[in-house]
Design a protein around this ligand. Structure first.
Ligand SMILES: [Zn+2]
Length: 273
């Protein structure tokens, strides 16, 4: 009898053990199955980080100032707002560093023959030496531009009172030659513009005249090259920089008729006023 009980008890224990083991395994299998399901493509899709505005949005306590709108600039404006383009389709011719007793009269002759008006950026010390050339420039209807007293490349970096004295001396020399001459523009030598030089020129009623096309005629004498540089670099509204002073300007002079003919047919040539 006691032996039967013992056997029965042993069976019960065995059954309980096996049963619990089977349940444990079964739980593990189910857990695994769930894991497999979770890794199915559709499940993966739902766990992908969805592009949500909160990801890129700054934390709520950060105040983001609205981006300042860029100041509207005139079309083709250069450094410190200097004029680079005429603002219309026609291009403009400018001649720098004169007046020169040898070259300025010849440039004026070419312009007259072609019925073209240009802008002459004159240097004060040259104006003082050759006032009659300034008279002729104005008489023939061209525009005047102050190009500093002695072509000081660093003028814009000098003290404001020095800049002002320099520009005023040049304007005085021009008006000694041509009383009440209209001097609407200033061009900084070498294009070394500064905020100060633009401001001083403005206070004297002059706009900063830059350029768009520079054939570097002052360092080459090849008329064909000067001409092809101007022609290939020009676009609608270009302001073209050439020289009637500061050295041998024969290349520029010889290039002039072809340049004028080409630019006139492509864009027309306007006068800056
Ligand atoms: Zn110059």
């Amino acid at each position: 009898m006691s032996r039967r009980v013992a056997v029965a008890a042993a069976l019960v224990v065995l059954t309980l053990l096996v049963g619990s083991r089977w349940t444990t395994n079964r739980s593990a299998v189910l857990a695994n199955q769930r894991g497999t399901v979770a890794a199915s493509p559709s499940a993966v899709h739902t766990t992908e980080p969805a592009p949500s505005p909160s990801v890129s949005a700054p934390p709520p306590d950060v105040v983001v100032a609205p981006k300042p709108k860029p100041k509207p600039k005139p079309a083709g404006s250069g450094p410190f707002g200097s004029m680079k383009l005429t603002g219309r389709k026609q291009v403009a011719l400018t001649f720098d560093d004169g007046p020169h007793p040898m070259w300025t009269p010849k440039v004026l002759d070419r312009l007259k023959a072609a019925h073209v008006k240009a802008t002459f950026c004159v240097v004060g010390s040259q104006v003082r030496k050759y006032p009659d050339l300034v008279k002729r420039i104005v008489r023939e209807g061209h525009t005047l531009c102050n190009h500093s007293w002695n072509h000081e490349l660093d003028l814009g970096k000098r003290p404001v009172n020095e800049i002002k004295a320099n520009l005023e001396a040049t304007n005085r020399a021009i008006r000694k030659a041509v009383p009440n001459a209209k001097i609407r523009y200033f061009r900084q030598p070498g294009g070394e513009w500064t905020a100060n030089v633009v401001k001083v020129a403005g206070s004297l009623g002059m706009l900063p005249l830059g350029w768009d096309v520079d054939p570097r005629d002052w360092e080459i004498s090849d008329a064909k090259l000067i001409g092809s540089r101007v022609i290939s670099h020009s676009r609608a509204g270009s302001i073209i920089l050439m020289h009637d002073g500061g050295g041998d300007r024969n290349g520029t002079l010889v290039a002039c008729p072809g340049v004028i003919k080409n630019l006139r047919s492509r864009y027309g040539i306007t006068q800056l006023r």
